[in-house]
Design a protein around this ligand. Structure first.
Ligand SMILES: [Zn+2]
Length: 141
């Protein structure tokens, strides 16, 4: 199982959630004033612990409303629990080696270990992505 961490630690905000309230359970909307439903990585960790699972979490390095460093505690908790942390690269990076390398280094500055997995935001793809991934050591053959 894998998860794309598309939002900064603070999530997309109340208005974003209310605009999509048909996707939420009533309990989630009722607790919205005091609980951010997007801040749920520790909930996933608890569920996985109960089920004996370990999944991969892909983090972006550029968030619209926050910074990757805000997820540092989440990332360390995931790694300490034996989970994989991968890059959720900017769509621009799938065709730009320097950008991909810079994003990978940015994530590794927080993981303190080599990042070996990537899934691009919006599942962006380019013909150069396989070679960029190989040169960035984001895949193993
Ligand atoms: Zn995404």
């Amino acid at each position: 199982m894998s998860h794309d961490v598309d939002w900064s630690f603070n999530g997309p905000g109340r208005n974003h959630i209310l605009a999509r309230k048909d996707r939420c359970e009533e309990d989630t909307l009722r607790k919205l004033e005091r609980e951010n439903p997007y801040n749920n990585i520790h909930d996933y960790i608890a569920i996985e612990e109960d089920l004996g699972l370990r999944s991969t979490f892909f983090f972006r390095t550029n968030y619209e409303n926050g910074r990757l460093i805000e997820h540092e505690d989440d990332i360390q908790a995931l790694l300490n629990g034996g989970r994989e942390v991968g890059l959720h690269c900017n769509p621009f990076s799938v065709d730009n080696f320097d950008s991909m390398r810079q994003e990978k280094k940015g994530l590794e500055s927080i993981t303190k270990k080599t990042v070996k997995a990537n899934r691009s935001h919006h599942l962006a793809f380019s013909e150069r992505l396989p070679s960029i991934s190989e040169l960035s050591h984001l895949c193993e053959y």
